[in-house]
Design a protein around this ligand. Structure first.
Ligand code: HEC
Ligand code: HEC
Length: 360
C-alpha cells in the first residue's frame, strides 16, 4: 500500500500526463489540418463560393468572370467626367437620344443597357468586357475590319432602329471612352471570361412560335405587355419595360433578331432578375419564346451589303440567299443541327480541295 503522500504525488503526475496528452492531440490535429486551411484561405473568392455552392448541389462554373473596373478609381478629372457621361448614355440612352431625347432625337426609346445589362458589365448579360481588347476586328457581317465607333453605330442603326451618330461628337466620344475604360483591365487580344452571351444548346426540333406564345403569356407579358409595346415612364423619356416588337423595337437587321442570340439573352437574363447562375427558363422555353418574338411585326432595315461572303452567314441568319440548300424557314427556326453538319462537311471539302491544289 502507498501512503497518503505517495498517493497525491501519483495523482498529480497522472493529471500532468493527461494534460500533456491533451495538448499533443490538439497540436497534431492542428498540424494535419494546416494545409487545408491554407489552401482554402488562398483560393480566389469566386472559387470559394463555387465550392460552397457545389456543396449544396447547385450548378457551378469554374471560370473567374471578368468584373468591370470602378469608375471612381479614375484620377484624371476630365477623363472621369467623360467616362461618367458615357455610362449615363449607355444606361439612359433614350433620355439623351430617344424620341424625346434632350440632345438628339435619333433612336427608338430603348437604352443600350436594356440589352447590355448593368451598363454593359453583367456576366453573360452581353457585357462590353472584350470590346476594347478585341476591336478593331474583322466582322463577317460587313466583310471588313470594324472599329468600336462602327460597332456602336451598328447598334444605333439596328438595335435602336435609329441613326448613326457623329463619331467626333461628345456623345460618341463619351460612349467609346466608357467602353475602353471597362476593358482597360483586359489584355489586348484576350477575351474577358463571361463577356457577350452564354451558349444555349441547339434543340433537335425547330423552335415553335406557338409554344413560345404560351411562355410569353406566362412569363413575359406582365412587363413587356401582350401588345409587345412595353411600358414608358410617366414623362415618356425612357422605358420601364422595353418594347419587344412593333415600331419602337429593334429592327430585323439587329443581332437580337437572330433567334440564337435572343435565346441566349433570355435564358440567362430574363425574366428580370435572372442571372447566368440562377435561371428560370428551360432551353426549350428560351428557343420557343425567341421564335414567338421574332415572328411578330417589327421595323425593317435595308442592308444589301451585309454578309458579302454568303458562306459566312450564321446558321440562324434568317435571310437568303445561302450557299446551302436549307430554306429561310429552317435558317430562322431550326432545326439547326443538320445545317451545322452540312457546314462542317463543306468546310472540310474546301480544305481538302486546298490541299490537293497545293500538291498539284
Ligand atoms: C435590342 C438589343 C440591343 C440594344 C438596345 C443594344 N445592343 Fe449592342 N448588341 C446587341 C447584341 C445582340 C450584340 C451582339 C451581336 C452579335 O454578336 O451578333 C451587340 C453587340 C454590341 C457591341 C459589340 C460587343 C462585342 O463584344 O463585340 C457593342 C460595342 C454594342 N453592342 C454597343 C451598343 C451600344 C453603344 C448600344 C446603345 C446605343 C447598344 N449596343 C444597344 C444588342 C443590343
Ligand atoms: C418583371 C418584369 C419583366 C419580365 C417578367 C420580363 N422582362 Fe424582359 N426586360 C425587363 C426589363 C426591365 C428589361 C430592361 C433591363 C434593363 O434595362 O436593365 C427587359 C429587357 C428585355 C429584353 C431586351 C430589350 C428589348 O426589349 O428588346 C428582352 C429581349 C426581354 N426583356 C425579353 C423577355 C422575355 C422573353 C421575357 C419572358 C421570358 C421577359 N423579358 C420577362 C423586364 C421584364
Amino acid at each position: 500500500m502507498f501512503n497518503k503522500q505517495d498517493d497525491t504525488a501519483q495523482q498529480k503526475l497522472i493529471s500532468v500526463i493527461n494534460k500533456l496528452i491533451g495538448i499533443i492531440v490538439v497540436l497534431i490535429i492542428a498540424l494535419i489540418s494546416m494545409p487545408f486551411i491554407f489552401e482554402y484561405a488562398n483560393q480566389p473568392a469566386a472559387k470559394k463560393e463555387e465550392k460552397e455552392i457545389a456543396g449544396n448541389g447547385a450548378k457551378t462554373d469554374a471560370a473567374n468572370y471578368w468584373t468591370a473596373p470602378d469608375v471612381s478609381s479614375i484620377t484624371d478629372a476630365k477623363q472621369k467626367q467623360q467616362v461618367e457621361y458615357g455610362k449615363q448614355l449607355i444606361a439612359h440612352t433614350a433620355k439623351y437620344l430617344g424620341p424625346n431625347g434632350s440632345v438628339l432625337k435619333i433612336s427608338n426609346g430603348l437604352n443600350c443597357q436594356n440589352c447590355h445589362l448593368q451598363a454593359g458589365t453583367a456576366v453573360f448579360g452581353n457585357n462590353y468586357g472584350s470590346v476594347a481588347s478585341l476591336y478593331p476586328k474583322f466582322r463577317a457581317r460587313s466583310g471588313g475590319i470594324e472599329n468600336i465607333y462602327k460597332r456602336v453605330n451598328d447598334c444605333f442603326e439596328r438595335s435602336l432602329n435609329g441613326k448613326a451618330i457623329d463619331t467626333a461628337g461628345n456623345e460618341m466620344q463619351a460612349i467609346v471612352s466608357y467602353i475602353n475604360f471597362l476593358g482597360s483591365n483586359v489584355p489586348k487580344g484576350k477575351k474577358a471570361e463571361g463577356s457577350g452571351f452564354k451558349d444555349v444548346a441547339f434543340l433537335d426540333r425547330a423552335a415553335d412560335p406557338e409554344k413560345g406564345l404560351t411562355v410569353y403569356a406566362a412569363k413575359c407579358q406582365s412587363c413587356h405587355q401582350s401588345t409587345g409595346e412595353g411600358v414608358f415612364n410617366a414623362d415618356k423619356t425612357e422605358y420601364i419595360y422595353p418594347a419587344m416588337w412593333e415600331k419602337n423595337s429593334f429592327n430585323d437587321g439587329a443581332g437580337l433578331y437572330r433567334i440564337s442570340n435572343f435565346a441566349k439573352y433570355v435564358k440567362y437574363n430574363m425574366p428580370q432578375g435572372v442571372t447566368y447562375n440562377n435561371t428560370q427558363l428551360t432551353d426549350e422555353e428560351a428557343w420557343d419564346v425567341a421564335a414567338f418574338v421574332v415572328s411578330q411585326p417589327r421595323p425593317h432595315i435595308n442592308v444589301p451589303k451585309d454578309w458579302p461572303d454568303k458562306s459566312k452567314k450564321p446558321v440562324d441568319h434568317p435571310f437568303g440567299p445561302y450557299t446551302d440548300n436549307f430554306s429561310e424557314e429552317q435558317h430562322k427556326f431550326g432545326p439547326f443541327k443538320p445545317i451545322v453538319q452540312e457546314q462542317k462537311k463543306s468546310e472540310e471539302a474546301a480544305k481538302e480541295k486546298n490541299v490537293t491544289a497545293s500538291i498539284k
